[in-house]
Design a protein around this ligand. Structure first.
Ligand code: ADP
Length: 352
């Protein structure tokens, strides 16, 4: 019999919270109080091929009566990694226990989490790249051999005890696989990347969210929001909520294209979907570093922005949309960036 998924909320992601930041939680507690998160694979919009593969793995594991293999999900924040982890647990009919890399402070905490799992349960570790080396090492044996060694006793009576674990599935999420050690990465039989969503997929997310919030969107209203959501469903949801505020204050009843445009402009989201922070980054590279190439640390220092935020939250979208390129010597703004900002383009690269 399927058990009801049980959710242990892990530590919320740190960092500055912006209105439309893909890493901003959907509400202050980070919980899905409005039920905006899809709960089954069939409701999860987009990522079609990935969903197809995951549904095969789930079905095969269910038929064998086995736990699902360990899964590593990677991709920029807000693309649905946590949502998918919960969906996988729901599809398998098991409970999910959620935590994050930095929240597991020592081996003992990991052992506590693992020994508390029920047969076949999902352990979701967000930000897996932030595990401490000691904890990571204990995780290897847990993932491979289903056991964990723990020191017990002190001084001369100290010894190691081995605990056998129930079968479980580790679902791990990271914004960057490059930060994972090779031994950890290799222990995941299933590795899937989430990529930015297409405009029409985000329009579907926008339409659903708007309907759920009781302020329906017209087709072109939803598409306008989808187009300006940085390819990220979490941004879509946050935008819909803010635009609904504008519509309601104007005593409107639905989000049409004009209302969407008015709200987005008021929020500082331009026609390419860039927000104020994106524009500051591009302006910084163009105006202060002659268009680049410039190292990520120099940009971060100039903007007083944590390097991680720059790399995880902003840069992937600017790269994907061709505003920036990465070169061996640093980031370079593309002519498209200058055009978009109405600035003079980056000069010809010097030959020296
Ligand atoms: P991540 O863990 O990658 O940062 P989340 O799983 O927390 O992202 O997703 C952020 C929010 O975006 C979710 O709460 C959900 O409402 C919405 N969302 C993400 N992916 C989808 C999707 N494919 N379809 C519909 N909504 C989605």
């Amino acid at each position: 019999m399927a058990r009801k998924p049980h959710v242990d909320e892990g530590a919320p992601a740190g960092g500055r919270v912006r209105l439309v930041a893909p890493d901003a939680p959907e509400d202050a507690a980070g919980a899905d109080v409005l039920g905006l998160r899809p709960t089954r694979l069939g409701d999860f919009v987009g990522q079609t091929e990935l969903k197809g593969r995951l549904s095969v793995y789930v079905e095969a594991a269910l038929r064998r009566g086995d736990a699902l293999d360990h899964v590593l999900l990677h991709g920029p924040p807000g693309l649905g990694k946590t949502t998918l982890a919960r969906i996988l647990a729901a599809e398998m009919g098991v409970a999910i226990h959620e935590t994050s890399g930095p929240a597991i402070e020592h081996k003992g905490m990991l052992a506590g989490l693992l020994t508390g799992l029920g047969e076949g349960d999902v352990l979701f570790i967000d930000e897996i790249h932030r595990l401490s080396p000691a904890v990571e090492e204990s995780l290897y044996a847990a993932m491979e051999d289903g056991r964990i060694d723990l020191p017990v006793g002190e001084g001369s009576r100290a010894r190691t005890m081995q605990f056998t674990l129930p079968r479980f599935t580790l679902v791990a999420a990271t914004t960057r696989t490059a930060l994972l050690t090779a031994p950890l990465r290799e222990r995941f039989p299933i590795v899937e990347e989430l990529t930015f969503y297409a405009d029409d997929e985000l329009a579907e997310v926008a339409a659903r969210t708007a309907a759920r919030l009781g302020c329906p969107a017209t087709e072109d209203g939803a598409l306008e929001i989808g187009r300006r959501s940085r390819g990220t469903p979490r941004v879509t949801n946050n935008l819909v909520r803010r635009i609904r505020d504008f519509v309601e204050v104007d005593e409107g009843t639905r989000i049409d294209r004009a209302a969407a445009d008015r709200g987005l402009s008021a929020l500082g989201i331009d026609r390419a979907g860039l927000d104020e922070a994106d524009r500051r980054i591009l302006r910084c590279i163009l105006e202060q570093f002659g268009g680049g190439p410039v190292g990520i640390d120099a940009i971060a220092a100039t903007l007083s922005m944590p390097r991680d935020t720059l790399e995880d939250v902003y840069e992937p979208f600017l790269l994907q949309r061709g505003f920036l390129v990465r070169t061996p010597r640093g980031r370079r703004a593309q002519p498209k960036a200058a055009e978009h900002l109405g600035l003079e383009g980056p000069g010809q690269p010097r030959l020296l």
